[in-house]
Design a protein around this ligand. Structure first.
Ligand SMILES: Nc1ncnc2c1ncn2[C@@H]1O[C@H](COP(=O)(O)OP(=O)(O)OP(=O)(O)O)[C@@H](O)[C@H]1O
Ligand SMILES: [Mg+2]
Length: 368
């Protein structure tokens, strides 16, 4: 079974560098999710592996063999595009059976296989429809079924669940992963949905402007984001600007605006350095009672939103910074109303410290 290797691959479109010197290995049987903002090169990355676009520089290997000059149909890959691209003049079932038939599978067997994959996508009842008679979400599932039935060992899935409603999306994401694992396939799955990526991937790759920002297990990317961009892109977080005032063997003190001091376990930044302290929303607690201690910051609730199992609070600190907290409802008897005076609290070990970015925080986070 094949692994995929990109060595120093660059793809330009005129002046745009869509993929910028990317080196990447995807192991045989791995389920990888690619995350990144719009225009970061996700589709281009899949198309390079599929052979639908050619790299300007670098080498692509599949199963140890260089495939730069190998046409798409001989790579053992199937690309399931973002916009479905079904054959409009063919019925759903014919669309799905097309791949196996081209591969030389006998007609009857091909149609059996097509029906089975359509069933998996819960669309067997529309086998005789034409694509234009289906909703966007249904067409997307047909495209996915066509990809799965193609017999390729490497699935290149471009936002394969993007058009589905929330419930079906949840159901199919697990089904997709199970299927890939059961059949021993390899999947590279592009998504905008970081929760989806967390839930199903062995490894997450975060792209930004054609470059890999970080790759690792969902746990690692979430717990130890390699930079501010990744911290912001994956999971909600607070970004507190400050200056390191003291450092000792166990960590450091950071002064936020107006001298509010927070303690961190960061051993690297030196006194005088401008930094950003990142604290995940779920690591921040909002407390009503007066208490004293480290990283207990006074503030006033400015927003309170019900999110099913969570409540999300916004608390304005006395220096004007707003800190957000996501708390499990079961841990709270009653929600705290807006305008209430409260304390926010987080543990020093949950405060991750980054150097202040040269171009400013908001530019770094790509918040528009
Ligand atoms: N055929 C093309 N011609 C010119 N520019 C292109 C072409 N394909 C992609 N680009 C550019 O390359 C960059 C990366 O595009 P790509 O489609 O890979 O992004 P993406 O991460 O898939 O975005 P989205 O999340 O919106 O699908 C963008 O700036 C895009 O405009
Ligand atoms: Mg895309």
């Amino acid at each position: 079974m094949p692994s995929v290797l990109l060595i120093d691959v660059t793809k330009r479109f005129g002046r745009i560098v869509a993929i910028d010197r990317v080196t990447l290995e995807i192991k045989d049987g791995e389920y990888v999710c690619v995350l990144g903002p719009t225009g970061s090169g996700k589709t281009t990355l899949l198309k390079l592996i599929a052979g639908l676009v050619k790299p300007d520089e670098g080498e692509i290997r599949i199963g140890g063999k260089t495939v730069n000059e190998v046409p798409p149909q001989e790579r053992g890959t199937v690309y399931v595009p973002q916009d479905y691209a079904l054959f409009p003049h063919m019925k759903v079932i014919d669309n799905v059976a097309f791949g196996p038939i081209c591969r030389g599978v006998e007609r009857e067997e091909a149609y059996k296989m097509a029906m089975k994959t359509l069933k998996m996508m819960r669309l067997d009842w529309r086998a005789d429809s034409y694509p234009h008679e289906l909703s966007g979400g249904m067409q997307q599932r047909v495209a996915l079924a066509r990809g799965l039935a193609s017999g390729a060992e490497i699935l290149l899935l471009d936002e394969p669940l993007g058009a589905l409603d929330a419930r079906l999306r949840l159901e199919l994401r697990y089904k997709l992963r199970d299927l890939v694992k059961d059949l021993g396939l390899t999947a590279i799955h592009v998504t905008h949905d970081q929760e989806e990526a967390m839930a199903i991937s062995d490894r997450i790759i975060v792209l930004r402007r054609g470059r890999i920002q970080q790759q690792g297990t969902p746990f690692n990317v979430y717990r130890r984001p390699s930079n501010l961009f990744v911290a912001n892109f994956i999971g909600g977080a607070n970004f507190l600007e400050g200056i390191v005032t003291e450092r000792d063997s166990k960590g450091s003190w950071v002064a936020l605006r107006e001298g509010i001091k927070v303690r961190t376990e960061d051993p690297d930044r030196l006194p005088g350095e401008s930094v950003v302290v990142v604290v995940r929303e779920e690591k921040v607690k909002v407390l009503k009672d007066e208490v004293s201690g480290t990283n207990l910051l006074r503030g006033r609730v400015v927003s309170s939103r019900f999110l099913g199992p969570f409540i999300r609070y916004g608390v304005r600190l006395t220096n004007g910074d707003v800190v957000r907290s996501r708390m499990l409802i079961s841990k709270q008897r009653k929600s705290i109303p807006v305008d209430e005076e409260v304390y926010v609290y987080f543990e020093p070990r949950d405060a991750i410290v980054y150097q202040y970015p040269p171009l400013g925080l908001y530019k770094e986070l790509e918040v528009i």
